[in-house]
Design a protein around this ligand. Structure first.
Ligand code: SF4
Ligand code: SF4
Length: 349
C-alpha cells in the first residue's frame, strides 16, 4: 500500500513552519499512523520529531492532530485515513506550547494537574502502619472512568475554552479532580469543591463535549466536570458566576420553559455589575437581539419539560449521582409518567 502524509514541520527556534510531503511505497494494510511516522524517521528523514513509547495506547505519548482531530497515532489505522485518496494532514496537538514538529511542551498540563492535588488528602483515620483501607469495587465505580486516563492531552488539544482562556483548569486536570472528589476515602471534598468552583475552574467549561468525543480511553472529562458541578451544588458551593448562571437555567426552564436571557445577566452578574451593562442591553433591544424582560414569555407545551424535572426530582439523585454519563446514555432514559403537582409560580432565586 502506498501512503502519502503531509506533516507540519516547525522549528520555533528559527520561526520556520512548512508542510512537508512524505511518501511510503510499501506499507502493510494493518499499519498504524505511528508505524508510518517511524518508517519515515528511520528510512527518509531522521530530523522529524514526534513522541512515542508503548505503541499500544497505554502511555499516551503519541497524540497528534489528524486532519484537525486529535487522536493517538498508535491507535489510528492509516488505511482508513487514506479513504477516498486523501492525503492526511498531521499536526501537533493544540493548546500546549510547540517544541518542534509534532512535539509539544507538556509542562503546563502537569502544572494544572498538580494544582488540583492529584492524590488523597492525609487523614487522621489512617489504618496504621502496615495496614490498608479497603474500599469495595462498587464504591470505586464512581471514579472508575477517570482512573483510565493516560495523560495523552487529547482533551486539552480539543478544548476551545482553554484556547480562549489559557488559565482554565481544563478537562484533564478537572477529570483528575473528580477522581479525588469522588473517591470515598477523600476527607477534604468540601475544600476541593470550593477551590474548583473559583474562577477558571468547573464553571469555565462551555459544555462543548469535544473532550468526551475525542478522549481515546473513554474517560469522558465533561462528565467528570458535570459531576463536580453537581457535587458543588449539593454542598451549597454556588457563589461562582458560573454556578449562578447554571442555576438560573434550571429555574427559568422550570417556571416558563424558556431561557429568560434578559434576566440571566442579572442572575449571573448581580445587580451592581448588570447596571454597567445597560447601554449594551439597550443597543441589543433596539436591534431586536434581546427580548424585553416583561411580560414573561411562557412556552406552550411546557408539561413534558416539567415532567422530566419531576422524574429527576422524584429519583432524589443528589450530586454526582444525578449526572447522566455521556450523551449516548440519554437513549436509555425511560420517560415515566408521574403525578402532576400544582403549577409553580414564576419565581426568582
Ligand atoms: S466540554 Fe468543556 S472541558 Fe470539554 S472540551 Fe468542551 S469546553 Fe473543554
Ligand atoms: S482524559 Fe482522556 S484525552 Fe484527556 S488526557 Fe486523559 S486519556 Fe487523554
Amino acid at each position: 500500500m502506498q501512503v502519502r502524509l503531509q506533516i507540519r514541520r516547525s522549528d520555533p527556534a528559527t520561526g520556520e513552519t512548512r508542510l512537508q510531503l512524505y511518501q511510503l511505497d510499501h506499507v502493510r494494510p494493518a499499519a498504524t499512523l505511528l508505524d508510518c511516522l517511524e518508517e519515515i524517521k528511520e528510512e527518509q528523514d531522521g530530523t522529524l520529531a514526534f513522541r512515542r513509547s508503548c505503541r499500544e495506547g497505554i502511555c499516551g505519548s503519541c497524540a497528534v492532530r489528524i486532519d484537525g482531530r486529535t487522536a493517538l497515532a498508535c491507535r489510528t489505522s492509516v488505511a482508513e485515513l487514506l479513504a477516498g485518496g486523501r492525503i492526511p494532514l498531521i499536526t501537533p496537538i493544540g493548546n500546549l506550547p510547540l517544541i518542534r514538529d509534532l512535539v509539544v511542551e507538556m509542562e503546563p498540563m502537569w502544572q494544572k494537574m498538580r494544582s488540583v492535588q492529584p492524590f488523597l488528602s492525609p487523614t487522621s483515620d489512617s489504618p496504621g502502619e502496615g495496614r490498608e483501607t479497603v474500599v469495595s469495587p462498587a464504591l470505586l465505580e464512581a471514579v472508575h472512568k477517570e482512573a483510565l486516563c493516560i495523560n495523552c492531552g487529547a482533551c486539552i488539544s480539543e478544548c476551545d475554552a482553554l484556547t480562549v482562556s489559557p488559565e482554565f483548569l481544563g478537562p484533564h486536570a478537572l477529570s483528575k479532580a473528580w477522581r479525588l472528589v469522588g473517591d470515598p476515602r477523600e476527607p477534604a471534598t468540601g475544600r476541593r469543591l470550593q477551590e474548583l468552583s473559583r474562577e477558571h475552574g468547573i464553571w469555565e467549561c462551555t459544555r462543548c463535549y469535544l473532550c468526551n468525543e475525542r478522549c481515546p480511553k473513554g474517560v469522558d472529562p465533561r462528565d467528570a466536570i458535570a459531576k463536580l458541578g453537581a457535587e458543588a451544588f449539593a454542598a451549597g458551593v454556588t457563589r461562582d458566576r458560573g454556578a449562578r448562571h447554571a442555576r438560573w437555567f434550571v429555574t427559568s426552564a422550570r417556571t416558563t420553559g424558556w431561557l429568560r436571557e434578559s434576566e440571566l445577566v442579572v442572575k449571573t452578574l448581580g445587580v451592581a455589575v448588570s447596571v454597567t451593562k445597560i447601554p449594551l442591553a439597550l443597543r441589543l433591544f433596539r436591534r431586536g437581539k434581546a427580548p424585553l424582560p416583561l411580560p414573561r414569555h411562557k412556552a406552550k407545551g411546557l408539561e413534558p419539560a416539567r415532567a422530566l424535572q419531576r422524574i429527576v426530582a422524584g429519583q432524589d439523585r443528589r450530586g454526582a449521582r444525578g449526572i447522566v454519563q455521556g450523551e449516548r446514555v440519554l437513549a436509555r432514559i425511560e420517560l415515566v409518567r408521574v403525578p402532576e403537582p400544582p403549577e409553580p409560580e414564576a419565581e426568582d432565586f
